[in-house]
Design a protein around this ligand. Structure first.
Ligand SMILES: Nc1ncnc2c1ncn2[C@@H]1O[C@H](COP(=O)(O)OP(=O)(O)O)[C@@H](O)[C@H]1O
Ligand SMILES: Cc1ncc(COP(=O)(O)O)c(C=O)c1O
Ligand SMILES: [Mg+2]
Length: 290
């Protein structure tokens, strides 16, 4: 029997609704991965409500928890680490130490960094020091990086001008360490208004994918976390980068369709669970000759 992969997921938890681990853990489990959730913050709700309660995990708790897993002899079973929303730069540094420790016992373990940065316009609030940590330190350690457009622009210090430019910018990140860069949402001048576009860049090439842009009264949150989580889960289950990319786009689209049908602000993950596992739609990633 094929072994079930294990994934340490280090990101936010919200008591109500879905963002961070609260958006990604259940879908990753639903597609067949054992998830070890480590919550960087526990907030009442995601920050785009404009107010929340709760607290940030003390950074020393991260090595303490990794230590506990090592003590029971399970650390070598960790096949991947995912990091997302961080409450402080110190937490980020503790995660990189944890990644090094896991790679020492399992050299094949992957580290996927979703570089969640603040987005003041959208109301995504992240401490400024976290962005600096992601830009300077995390990128050099990550095997996979999953920025959105704003985050890609921040890594490159400029705004993307075209699709070709986005590809060049994502490629420039490969030179800094990652083996794959998944841009979860492209936003460049001149793109088609009716599509939602994504990009995958690896050493083997670049792939572009488009799915329909759905209308929402308020943009749902946690879509990025769902995207990076499912992508890593499928890679661990044996998909190629491109197959994982296509699967993720389809499964996320199914969740958004259900969310739209319910006119819900929060992602309808429970209602969409069967379609996360077996999406009805398929979006083909088109290889770019760039
Ligand atoms: N098919 C879609 N139609 C409409 N909006 C979408 C679709 N897929 C994702 N979104 C929205 O697009 C945005 C993507 O956000 P972005 O900031 O680029 O990434 P992240 O989710 O990591 O913050 C989110 O607001 C999400 O709700
Ligand atoms: C607590 C928390 N975690 C994670 C996120 C990231 O969500 P997304 O997947 O939309 O980038 C947010 C965004 O506001 C948040 O408030
Ligand atoms: Mg995000």
């Amino acid at each position: 029997m094929k072994r079930t992969p294990h994934l340490l997921a280090i990101q936010s938890h919200v008591v109500f609704g879905h963002a961070g681990n609260s958006a990604a853990v259940f879908p990753m489990q639903r597609v067949g991965v054992n998830v070890w959730p480590l919550n960087t913050v526990q907030f009442s709700n995601h920050t785009q409500y404009g107010q929340w309660t709760g607290e940030v995990l003390a950074p020393e708790q991260i090595p303490a928890l990794v230590d506990g897993i090592a003590t029971i002899g399970e650390l070598g079973n960790c096949d991947a680490v995912l990091s997302g929303y961080l409450g402080s730069a110190a937490q980020g540094r503790a995660i990189l130490t944890g990644v090094a420790r896991i790679k020492a016992v399992n050299p094949n373990a992957l580290y996927l960094c979703d570089p969640v940065m603040g987005h003041p316009e959208k109301g995504c609030i992240v401490p400024a020091e976290v962005s600096d940590f992601l830009l300077d330190e995390a990128v050099a350690v990550a095997d996979v990086l999953c920025p959105n457009q704003l985050e890609l622009d921040s890594f490159c210090g400029r705004r993307a001008e075209s699709l070709e430019d986005c590809v060049a910018m994502a490629r420039s990140l490969l030179a800094r360490g990652p083996k794959a860069v998944l841009v979860k949402h492209l936003a460049y001048p001149g793109r088609k208004a009716e599509d939602f576009e994504m990009l995958l860049v690896t050493a083997e090439g670049s792939w572009h994918l488009q799915r329909p842009l759905l209308a929402f009264a308020r943009q749902p949150v946690g879509v990025g976390d769902l995207t990076s989580g499912l992508f890593l889960a499928r890679v661990l289950l044996g998909d190629s980068w491109v197959a994982a990319f296509e699967f993720t786009a389809a499964a996320v689209h199914e969740v958004l369709l259900e969310t739209q049908a319910c006119t819900s602000y929060e992602l309808e993950l429970v209602r969409a669970q069967d379609r996360i596992m077996h999406p009805r739609v398929r979006f083909e990633a088109r290889r770019l000759a760039l």
